[in-house]
Write a protein that binds this ligand. Structure first.
Ligand code: FAD
Ligand code: UDP
Length: 381
């Protein structure tokens, strides 16, 4: 039930702050499994958090906060979400614009052949297979620890694919971030041209927002969008907070850094503007990548809608904190906030990409919410 702003008639058992994956899944679990009354608030004017989509030109579903592709190895997450949506199978493909050519990203044996003369490519491919084994995935920072020709190749891939993209995206070099960040896009010793290799790869068949509408469609759940947590604090004794953890504590241990983005959505009067869902531009332009939505949604139309992503510094109040920044330094800054969160145990639960300050994909946010429910919230007295 969507409430009109300000119409909070009664106290609730739970307030959930944030109607993204984390908040919506927890609201659904608490409402359906514990039979408790939940008020879920989001200060944006819509549900679905950063996964929110809505029809744009030609009815093409546009992801308001950048392209979201669902992929998971978790049968549990897949089964859970499948209660609320059907799926359209979709395997995301990305090409990188490198030296005037479009080559597969993650960098693989086909990328090698596209950028090197045939004899050199064959010899380097042999070296990669002999060293790591066919079908293996090798993080670029790991590959750069090698020596000889392999190190030269690693340096080449680092320079062409990772260095400038990462500087644009994070204003940091790959080695300044947790190794897990660049390892998301490993060098593939194979010809697998898919961006992800998860067991389940698909898009919700009617879009993410529709899936969230169904997750939240329960008589025990009241939804208040356009509503900040501050205006409802005190309406329940138990709170799940999925906004920025440093904001909850009024930045008392200093602000945590986030990276933001500006999205430039544009239309083109052609049926298809690029050969795959996303083209990455590691070395050219101020944007990192361009995504054409109809590849993701499978929609047919005479025109097309695309989005460019321009990374930018985050300034609270001025733009959105899209990415926590995983570095050893931020892990330290987070610790006092985690201790403060523990001191509220039993009253306030923190979770999600912003509540945990963790670089979660959608399935990880969902898995975290399910685990928090099972391990703690289901037993809360
Ligand atoms: P969010 O979706 O951020 O939801 C938190 C909500 O809390 C927000 O709606 C916010 O408005 C609200 N909120 C915060 N503070 C308050 C407050 N004080 N009062 C009221 N409301 C508040 N994942 C994938 O799996 N695949 C992808 O392809 C993918 N692409 C992405 C692309 C981009 C550009 C970005 C930024 C992320 C992408 N993700 C992707 C990650 C995905 O967006 C997250 O994993 C997921 O949205 C996390 O859900 P969440 O509920 O934790 O957080
Ligand atoms: N990355 C890169 N070049 C690419 C693609 C990715 O350097 O062509 C690095 C970059 O640091 C990026 C990280 O790998 O932030 C993770 O990429 P991913 O596409 O998973 O990022 P997201 O979709 O979360 O923005």
């Amino acid at each position: 039930m969507q409430l009109s702003p300000g119409s909070f008639l009664s106290r609730y058992d739970w307030i959930i702050v944030g109607a993204g994956y984390t908040g919506a899944v927890l609201a659904e679990r608490i409402a359906s499994q514990l039979d408790r009354k939940v008020l879920i608030v989001d200060r944006r004017d819509h549900i679905a958090g950063n996964a929110h989509d809505r029809p744009g030109a030609h009815g093409i579903l546009v992801h308001k906060y950048g392209p979201h592709i669902f992929h998971t190895n978790s049968d549990k997450v897949w089964t859970y979400l499948s209660q609320f949506t059907g799926w359209r199978p979709y395997e995301h493909r990305v090409l990188g614009s490198i030296d005037g050519r479009l080559v597969p990203i993650p960098f693989n044996l086909d990328s090698l052949e596209a950028l090197f003369a045939p004899a050199e490519a064959a010899s380097l491919a042999g070296l990669l297979v002999d060293t790591y084994g066919l079908e293996k995935n090798v993080p670029i920072l790991k590959m750069r620890e090698s020596g000889g020709r392999l190190k030269d190749l690693a340096d080449f891939i680092y320079a062409k694919v990772f260095e400038n993209y990462t500087l644009k995206q994070w204003s940091l070099r790959p080695e300044e971030l947790d190794a897990s960040v660049s390892a998301r896009v490993p060098v593939r010793i194979s010809r697998d041209g898919r961006y992800f290799q998860d067991v389940h790869q698909a898009m919700p068949d009617a879009g993410y927002t529709k899936m969230f509408e169904r997750i939240l469609d329960h008589p025990n759940i009241a939804i208040a969008t356009g509503t900040d947590y501050k205006s409802v604090a005190g309406q329940a004794d138990r709170i799940v907070f999925t906004g920025p953890i440093d904001e909850f504590f009024d930045y008392q241990f200093g602000p945590l850094p986030y990276r933001s983005l500006r999205f430039e959505v544009f239309e083109k009067d052609v049926a298809e503007a690029q050969p795959v869902g996303t083209v990455n531009y590691p070395n050219d332009h101020a944007y990192t990548r361009i995504t054409e939505f109809k590849h993701l949604t499978g929609q047919q139309a005479p025109g097309t809608v695309l989005v460019e992503e321009y990374p930018q510094a985050h300034a609270p109040g001025a733009n959105e904190p899209y990415y926590p920044i995983p570095t050893p330094g931020t892990a330290e800054l987070l610790k006092p906030y985690q201790a403060a969160a523990r001191s509220l145990e039993g009253k306030v639960w923190f979770a999600g990409r912003l509540g945990d300050y963790a670089y979660y994909n959608m399935d990880q946010a969902c898995a975290r919410a399910l685990a928090l429910f099972e391990k703690q919230i289901a037993h809360a007295r």
